[in-house]
Design a protein around this ligand. Sequence first.
Ligand code: BGC
Length: 816
Amino acid sequence: MTDWSLVYDRFDPDRQGLREALCATGNGYYVSRGAFCWVMADKTHYPATYLSGGYNRAPTEVAGRVIENEDLVNLPNWSALTFRVAEGDWFNIQAVEILSFRQTLDLFRGVLEVTVRFRDKANRESTLSTRRLVSMADMHLAGIELSLTAHNWSGPVQVRSALDGRVINAGVRRYRDLNSSHLTPLIAGTYQARDGGEALLQLLVETKQSRLRVAQAARTRVVSNPHAFEARTESVHEEGYVQQDLHCSVGHGETLVVEKLAALYTSRDTAISEPGIAAREAAAHAPAFGRLRQDHERVWRQLWDRCDIVLDGDSKTQMILRLHIFHLLQTLSPNTINLDVGVPARGWHGEAYRGHVFWDELFILPFLNYRLPAISRSCLRYRHMRLPKAREAAAEEGLKGAMFPWQSGSDGREESQKVHLNPRSGRWVPDNSCIQRHVSLAIAYNAWRHFQITGSEHFLELRGAELILEVTRFFASLAHLNGQTGRYEIHRVMGPDEYHEAYPETEEPGLNNNAYTNVLVAWLCSASMQVLACLDAPHRQELMEKLLLDERELALWDEMSRKMTICFHGEGIISQFEGYENLKEFDWDGYRKKYGDIQRLDRILEAEGDSSDRYKLSKQADVLMLFYLFSREELSDLMQRLGYEPLTEDQWQRNIDYYLARTSHGSTLSYMVHAAVMARSHPDKAWDLFQQALHSDIDDIQGGTTPEGIHLGAMAGTVDLVQRCFTGLDVRDGVLHFDPVFADRMGTLKLKLRYLGRWLHVVLKDEEMTVAAHSGWVRPVSICVRGESRDLPPGEAITFRLSKGAATEVGRSAAE
Ligand code: BGC
């Protein structure tokens, strides 16, 4: 393993699913799992390709009723490429003696390479090497280069290349009872690019309900020694499948090199006539693999130039951070802009959560906002385009404004399951998670932060303001005034902690006055006023007219910003929801002893006939999410505005200790949020949690969830933790504040940030922080390092020496 590559030097069939997810290659338009090119789906391997936002709905009868799920569809396998020697068996890594094995995911270049030296049953010794990529430069193209070296033999080799559309969705065991067939095969065959030219493969399928046409075409060629390639190819096709065999030969000690270039188009693509034509032409005109790779590597190099975060304290931490950035960029890249897709919780890397979009963008957009804001804007556009559906959903509940779904897919309707399977008990249990109304707050919060960081007035005018105001309006209609307390309350919702869906022994889902929800609503009501103030008069007027927004409504929002209810118990502990203090304490030690891994306490307790609703326990941060989203100063201001005493230092600590002790970390988001919250007060503990968060996917700490798809929120969240929490980065009143932590253990930290359209270079090293502004801008940037405010002119760098709680300017120089 180096700082730039994920390396495995042993084939391990039991870890293959995990490696396929971690070694997936993609370009923000589609992602293919890192399965070997010679395998078909079986117990060990699962080659799968997913289009961003490529969904299909399918009904299934479960427990006596028909339920409908919208799934991210496993598309035809474009990567099938295998061989056999002299009419022997087709290559199977589990049927040969492996002499050496190396799988390397090169993060810098975006290339996955697998090299196996093996001895087959006939004592032939060979080295098989494959390199593959999904092009970041040309989003429709992917390629594989396969080399076979014959060390002690020579003879005929048959290479088989196929496009396989006979696939189903079989990536998640829990879903196996659900309808998994999503594709209708339409065309499978070969075509000639030119008169007398080579035959290429083509395949066309259509998703059964969403009627998305997906076309693939592929060109496979021997490139090492074209003379060794007898011009004999055969093709066979059946419904949904086409293959082509190339008959070649390889000499003693020689290497046969074959390359397969594949194109993928869908009926959703722009600037095409029809996906089949587009795919056929693209495959026919595709460059050689080497050229494809050069272009691809160029784009990756440019992306890394903006996006890399150097943390040279230890090389494993560095590599994992880069792996996380890599998968974030493979899910959401410049190719994603304008595709009308949201931020999938599990990347486009697997079928878990069906490719749905939750609130996880809260942890993902901050990284993009500071580097590739056009991508975050495109993700927010996905939400904005679904405002009509969100308004419809609110209206169905008798409410106003926009209520976004907890799980969103193609058209923005609620995609959450009504029942889910508890694999421990084998029971289908009701799923009320969709009453996590806070998802809409995350969207509004993201829209406002995006504006604060980018200063994009255009975004605010076109989409941001409308999103924010409609979400505020929704919460204003959800809230009601408690005549006795004179404060506003919100009932029957869930916070981020999914282990509490209802009060114990009640049938009705939901809890009252979830602190996270209520504080964010108060914040949002104030933010809405600022949004209106930021719009110029004509835009403000136009929007008010469009939304029929009047002064009375604004006055209500203003009042709510001062009078939302927050419940407390004990000495200054913010209650997760009203009545939290009446729940029973949980026997943490007893359950740890009994079960070992108790992350999924909801499942453990349900299987015991009990319920997590009864206890003071949580899956992930809920109250502490407030400490995560807001700086101390901001939260104090919010509390004060609400007429509550701001938390004292001691209370702040006690809240952290109280909830951390009652958290099972059942979501991968949990470690990362707690690490951020504790960074200042408990640096050792926070560093451990950060390390656990870093290892969530690479070590599959949930024991089997990563093979079903990476956890994009946790991946991006760890990177954001370094960017924002390690540097103490925070935008307040148009000033970029820094207040670094962890200086003693992280080595040198270097990153680039784009703030209000200007690039800054930040270096933290040996208790010194340097902030440099690239030249080429007109206005200086206002920065503040531990209370020291400066205007940083373009082309200049300022260095501060950091001491306990303070910073001193120690030098100025020209920015490099
Ligand atoms: C978490 C949610 C998250 C979802 C998707 C769940 O386990 O509890 O907060 O949105 O996973 O990542």
